[in-house]
Design a protein around this ligand. Structure first.
Ligand code: SF4
Ligand code: SF4
Length: 244
């Protein structure tokens, strides 16, 4: 399947919370659990203030730090989305620590974040949030389609918002959520250049090194045990010889 993506157009979001409720009901989330959050942001200087609603959710990074650190494989990539196998989650919380967007949470001892509605998309249906949005702020499609739509929307916005731009084209290797921003990312509470934190290198770097160190230490202990045992047997043999 082609790489999929989601469009979030901040210039159209009304902050109505319909997507939050649809996601909660459609995905049958536990009480207190939510995968979409709407944040209200104001920028500019009085009296030139402007505002927007910023849906905060998993951005489905191509280079997903959460996937890189997850030791159980509970988090994984498919068709551009970062999915979750909840049964495999051990609740260690590494993904919570490394996500540059602070998205995953632990609820009842397991990770909680948008696991995407890939099952619906594969059946030709729209994700719960997309089908519910009354303002046309959300859309789902192939990444090429979504990027083309985002470019067209940004071009149309330039009169009203001269700093309008696309977010997600390159960040974290390219996000699975492409946003149409009416202002620079920092003004909307988004990191312009999010980084993969050093802990994410753990799985690819330190973890194999630790395994190597562990193997070396087992080998060293084995050799030491073998030498000690041989010495012990020799001493025993010598004392038996002296006794004869
Ligand atoms: S936003 Fe966070 S939880 Fe979502 S894919 Fe990126 S690193 Fe993982
Ligand atoms: S808490 Fe996060 S990192 Fe740990 S097993 Fe669960 S999904 Fe993976």
């Amino acid at each position: 399947m082609a790489r999929l993506a989601m469009l979030i157009d901040l210039s159209r979001c009304l902050g109505c919370q319909a997507c939050v409720i649809a996601c909660k009901a459609g995905r049958e989330l536990a009480p207190g659990e939510r995968w979409v959050e709407i944040r209200e942001v104001v920028w500019g200087r009085f009296p030139e203030l402007r505002g927007a609603f910023v849906p905060h959710r998993c951005f489905h990074c191509a280079e997903a730090a959460c996937v890189q650190v997850c030791p159980t494989g509970a988090l994984y990539k498919r068709d551009g989305f970062t999915l979750v196998d909840f049964d495999r989650c051990s609740g260690c919380g590494y993904c919570v620590e490394v996500c540059p967007y602070k998205v995953p949470r632990l609820v009842d001892g397991r990770v909680s974040k948008c696991a995407s509605c890939l099952d619906l998309v594969q059946r030709g249906e729209e994700p719960w949030c997309v089908r519910t949005c009354p303002a046309g702020a959300l859309q789902c499609g192939t990444r090429e389609e979504i990027l083309a739509e985002a470019r067209a929307r940004v071009a149309a916005l330039k009169d009203r918002y001269p700093e309008a731009q696309i977010y997600g084209e390159t960040q974290m290797g390219g996000l699975g959520v492409i946003m149409v921003l009416p202002a620079p990312p920092e003004a909307l509470g988004l990191p312009a250049q999010p980084q993969i934190p050093p802990l994410a290198i753990w799985k690819d770097g330190v973890q194999p090194l630790s395994l190597g160190a562990l193997a070396l230490s087992v080998l060293t202990s084995g050799i030491a045990f073998f030498i000690a045992r041989r010495r012990h047997l020799e001493e025993k043999r010598n004392s038996q010889n002296h006794g004869e």
